[in-house]
Design a protein around this ligand. Structure first.
Ligand code: GDP
Length: 516
């Protein structure tokens, strides 16, 4: 893998729950967040002012709880759409004098889609018109059955105004959290998500990062979406500098080069060069929205859909390989959510790293297609896929992958772009040639390399550039093609950072009209 691996169960430790407050407008989301913060955030120095950093942590009976300080399901779902799972528990605020309203229903739908447990906070209990039982009854129609109605959804009667039962609400959060057995490994390079970010005039880009795994420290180099930075300072909700942030800890991070977006996944990488490679590529790819079918492997997805119709089978098997664990998890979650009663994805394997022959073997057993997110299949895997008729699809945008599978599920499969693999070359040496720039001295290891082909630069199985071949030279002459076993010189039209050991994949692209 690139920079993330599954954590060994023995490294896992209990971590605080992360909570988001949702509910109808004016039901008291902001008031509740403020009341909890005022009552529970320990201010640092005397007269310390709590500040808004997008999330805060409180302590209840020695246990921590993290609150995302941007109420509402819009932010929650925006994050989810970007593939981030930010929340363990949703607090659904319903005003006792108003009952279940349209946005209450929406919030329930969002929480259910994300498979996040709900705790109901029946708010404004101090008001004369408060009728908590009406709220409970109305929730039944939304299939939320509270404990007093014989179900298992926890509800707490609260008042953000008087502070009634705030402690009880926090206790219930901790109770629910225990059931969830939330764990993370604190002793690894940090991963997390951006809760919010903005460009601050004085301080530059400022991002509130919720650490989800590992421990973030000053000096760490991190990648968030298509931006990177070196942690210059980390501040907590009191504006106090902290020297480390473990799982579920939100911190304001200074030191990003650009401003990331809410929902971007954050990962610490080994050095600045790696951070640049990853974000340069992502920035260039950001506007490209094409999905690709690897050559010679098309068909199984359609066959499978047919089979699905013939036998009435409800499950749609897939193998998923991605560049980092965060992407794999996000995609797996998005695919799981596509499922309906009639049809759903069954992910046979969700892994990190290049596509190997063993992935094909696994896929072949179920005639499953393989989805590669920012990774490629090696030679053995491609050959095996061709032999076994296994479809490999490559993507670099999560939405495209999900859209494609959604289309496949509804029987509307047709790619916009099909790719034909030409060959691979390995870079042996880099030459600096005046006026031309860098030229890679390569050995063609497979197939053929052709002038004008599309190219991908692959380092450690991960794509770091996609573009066009500039020069193709054999000795001093520009040539049309170079075959396997021969040496050649290559450069790209818009990229210079090639290195010995990198692999250049050459391919041609055919554009296909979408037929529905
Ligand atoms: P939001 O839109 O859900 O964030 O709701 P707000 O927190 O802005 O609250 C909307 C209005 O309800 C404000 O005028 C609050 O002062 C009031 N409010 C919120 N919680 C309570 C409460 O527990 N009791 C009473 N009486 N009013 C409340």
């Amino acid at each position: 893998g690139l920079f993330s691996t599954e954590d060994d169960p023995s490294t896992m430790e209990a971590r605080p729950p992360v909570v988001t407050i949702m509910g109808h407008v004016d039901h008291g989301k902001t008031s509740l967040l403020d009341a909890v913060r005022k009552a529970k955030v320990a201010t640092g120095e005397a007269g310390g002012i709590t500040q808004h950093i997008g999330a805060y942590q409180v302590e209840q009976d020695g246990n921590k709880i993290t609150f995302i300080d941007t109420p509402g399901h819009a932010a929650f779902s925006q994050m989810r759409a970007r593939g981030a799972k930010s929340t363990d528990i949703v607090i659904l605020v319903v005003a006792a004098d108003d009952g279940v309203m349209p946005q209450t229903k929406e919030a329930i739908a969002h929480a259910k889609a994300a498979d996040v447990p709900i705790i109901v906070a029946i708010n404004k209990m101090d008001k004369p018109g408060a009728d908590p039982n009406r709220v409970r009854t109305e929730l039944l129609s939304e299939e939320l059955v509270t404990e007093s109605m014989g179900g298992d959804v926890i509800d707490v009667e609260v008042s953000a105004k008087s502070g009634q039962n705030l402690d009880k609400l926090l206790e219930m959060i901790l109770l629910q959290s225990e059931v969830l057995e939330l764990q993370a490994n604190p002793d690894r390079t940090a991963e997390g998500i951006v809760i919010e970010a903005q460009l601050d005039r004085g301080r530059g880009p400022v991002a509130t990062v919720l650490v989800q795994k590992g421990t973030l420290k000053p000096g760490d180099i991190l990648v968030a979406g298509s931006e990177w930075g070196r942690v210059r300072a980390m501040l907590d909700e009191n504006g106090k500098q902290v020297s480390e942030a473990g799982p579920a800890k939100p911190v304001e991070v200074l030191g990003f080069q650009g401003t990331p977006a809410a929902g971007d996944m954050v990962a610490v990488v080994e050095n600045e060069a790696r951070a640049r490679e990853i974000t340069d590529y992502r920035q260039r790819q950001i506007r490209e929205k094409a999905s690709v079918v690897a050559s010679g492997t098309r068909g199984s997805l359609e066959q499978m859909m047919n089979r699905l119709q013939e036998t009435g089978r409800k499950e749609f098997p897939l193998v998923l390989k991605a560049d980092v664990q965060g992407s794999a998890e996000a995609i797996a979650q998005a695919l799981n959510e596509l499922g309906t009663d009639e049809v759903g994805a069954r992910i046979l394997l969700s892994g990190v790293g290049g596509i190997t022959e063993s992935d094909i073997t696994l896929a072949a057993a179920s005639k499953a297609p393989i989805l590669g997110f920012n990774v490629r299949a090696n030679k053995q895997a491609r050959e095996a896929a061709q032999r076994d008729g296994i479809e490999i699809r490559y993507y670099n945008v999560i939405y495209d992958l999900v859209d494609d599978i959604k289309a496949a599920m509804s029987g509307l499969l047709s790619p916009e772009r099909r790719e034909t693999f030409l060959g691979n070359a390995e870079i042996k040496e880099i030459f600096h040639i005046s006026k031309v720039g860098k030229v890679a001295g390569c050995l063609v290891t497979e197939g053929v390399v052709e002038r004008g082909a599309q190219v991908r630069l692959i380092r450690d199985d991960v794509v770091i550039h996609e573009g066009e071949l500039g020069t193709l030279k054999r000795f001093k002459d520009e040539v049309k093609s170079v075959e396997s076993g021969q040496e050649c010189g290559m450069n790209f039209t818009k990229y210079q950072d090639m290195r010995p050991g990198d692999v250049i994949e050459c391919f041609r692209v055919e554009h296909i009209k979408r037929t529905l």
